[in-house]
Design a protein around this ligand. Structure first.
Ligand code: ZN
Ligand code: ZN
Ligand code: ZN
Length: 378
């Protein structure tokens, strides 16, 4: 059975115009003179423009409250930029090899003040701007100045995130039926990547297969270890479908689990369930982390839960808001993030369970809905 995913209507110039207006307002509210956005997820979200790669040639969106947005681009890429869906809402200003691109950009910052620079702007470009800018100009990281800029998703974005989640769920339902015992982690990872593509992902970002002791390393991806009967296997996979992210984790067991394996899995399942139920408008991101963590501490595994409980997701698979101690941002309808507690027993095995959820007007909706019970695979 092959899914025939409906392609969502593309975002329009008006959608990008509205996002840029919203970003300019947020900048003004934060006391910023403007935003400087180089190629990366912020530029994609604001303009729909995704140059083939970030490069040593400066591409920079200058977004200042009260001014028309300007995109500084290398002349040889101006044609590509013009075809971006947000381009009609922009003024393009191109510069040619041999010219100083920073000299071309700096007059746009003429008023001085504090500019927020997108997090993935190359240092060479920020230093070039700093060298040319008047001394009344200062720079700060966009991710620190406006961490919630992309955090609240609109209906069209939520539809894409839901479709990406459903595709990842379909991949999980199929991977449960493949043979695990006797195959390498990298074989299962390749199966997962193929399934994500089969269900409409254009990009696969990660396919974690952590079997046995490898599952105790949350950042383990997949290696040559041959999976054996009796292994717990952490499966954490995701990527981009229609430009929006998926990210889900299930932990399966090859053959019959021990009582301890069942118990640890049940603690994580309970922690994840309670944390998801705590999601609604009002509580903070920290509260979600605390609910998950308290459940694991009560069960005696507090020191084995070694990462935050979750992260936002949108045009990237990891972004604000972060469900972590110290994050006092209240949850707002439209926020979309992971809830993914885990327990990691070094040298033995690990368990993690992860769903993407979104905050609704009065509660929470899971975008991953496969069973969270411990699945037995062969
Ligand atoms: Zn086992
Ligand atoms: Zn994940
Ligand atoms: Zn995640």
């Amino acid at each position: 059975m092959t899914e025939r995913p409906a392609t969502p209507a593309p975002f329009t110039t008006d959608d990008y115009r509205a996002r840029m207006a919203r970003a300019a307002t947020a900048a003004a509210d934060a006391g910023l003179a403007g935003l400087l956005v180089a190629p990366g997820p912020d530029l994609v979200w604001l303009t729909g423009y995704r140059p083939t790669s970030a490069s040593e040639r400066l591409t920079l969106l200058v977004l200042a409250p009260g001014h028309d947005p300007v995109l500084v681009v290398p002349t040889l890429e101006a044609g590509d930029a013009e075809r971006a869906p947000g381009a009609p809402a922009l003024t393009l200003r191109d510069w040619t090899d041999g010219q100083d691109p920073y000299a071309a950009a700096v007059p746009l910052l003429a008023g001085g003040g504090r500019y927020a620079v997108s997090d993935d702007t190359w240092a060479v470009h920020l230093l070039g701007l700093e060298r040319r800018a008047p001394s009344s100009t200062s720079f700060t990281a966009l991710g620190e100045a406006l961490p919630m800029l992309r955090a609240v998703k609109d209906t069209a974005e939520l539809d894409r995130l839901a479709a990406a989640g459903a595709a990842a769920d379909a991949a999980y339902e199929k991977i449960k039926n493949v043979r695990f015992a006797g195959r390498r982690e990298t074989d299962i990872a390749a199966d997962l990547a193929a399934l994500l593509r089969e269900f409409g992902h254009a990009q696969v970002d990660f396919t974690v297969v952590g079997s046995g002791p490898n599952g105790a390393d949350p950042h383990h991806e997949a290696d040559d270890r041959v999976i054996a009967d009796g292994d717990m296997v952490v499966l954490d996979f995701g990527g981009l479908k229609h430009g929006y992210g998926s990210d889900t984790t299930r932990t399966v067991h090859v053959g019959e689990p021990t009582a301890e394996e069942r118990r640890v899995h049940e603690v994580v399942r309970e922690a994840q369930e309670r944390a998801v139920r705590a999601v609604r408008p009002g509580p903070t991101c920290q509260d979600v982390d605390r609910v998950a963590r308290e459940t694991i501490i009560e069960a005696g595994y507090g020191d084995r839960f070694i990462h935050r409980t979750g992260h936002g997701i949108g045009v990237t698979t990891h972004e604000p808001p972060y469900m972590v101690e110290g994050e006092l941002q209240p949850l707002v309808p439209g926020m979309c993030f992971s809830v993914e507690p885990g327990i990691y027993l070094p040298g033995r095995f690990g368990v993690r369970i992860e769903d993407i959820v979104t905050v609704t007007d009065d509660g929470v909706r899971r975008l991953n809905t496969t069973s969270r019970e411990l699945a037995i695979v062969q």
